[in-house]
Design a protein. Structure first.
Length: 122
């Protein structure tokens, strides 16, 4: 009977763990979008459509599987010539480093999160 109890406990914790994991992307999206809105990123970048600059999802697709976090942080922080068209990325030095890192992590993870609804991203 004790063995069955341990198995049930393990299964319960596993199910609970899976349910809390599914809730985390929404919290990350919410925090990342807050950073993007506060720093006017969404004036030039849409989540799923380009505006002046590329869509965040297009950035994620272009750099899928590459270790470009630091490169993208520098590109956004200091600006530079464009990779996406004729308009360069302006420097965004006002964004705190930790916020910028969190935003870049979220952007580069967008292509791997197929369950994220378009409603959540707006």
């Amino acid at each position: 009977m004790k063995k069955t109890g341990w198995v049930l406990l393990a299964l319960s914790l596993g199910i609970y763990g899976c349910s809390t994991c599914q809730q985390q992307p929404a919290m990350k999206s919410e925090a990342a979008l807050k950073i993007a809105k506060q720093n006017n990123c969404l004036a030039c970048h849409g989540v799923d459509r380009p505006i002046v600059g590329p869509a965040f999802k297009d950035v994620a697709l272009r750099y899928r599987g590459q270790d470009v976090q630091q490169q993208l942080v520098r590109k956004v922080k200091y600006g530079g010539s464009t990779v996406w068209g004729v308009i360069p990325q302006p420097p965004m030095m006002q964004i705190p480093d930790e916020d910028l890192k969190q935003l870049i992590r979220w952007i580069t993870a967008l292509d791997s999160d197929q369950n994220q609804s378009r409603q959540e991203l707006r």
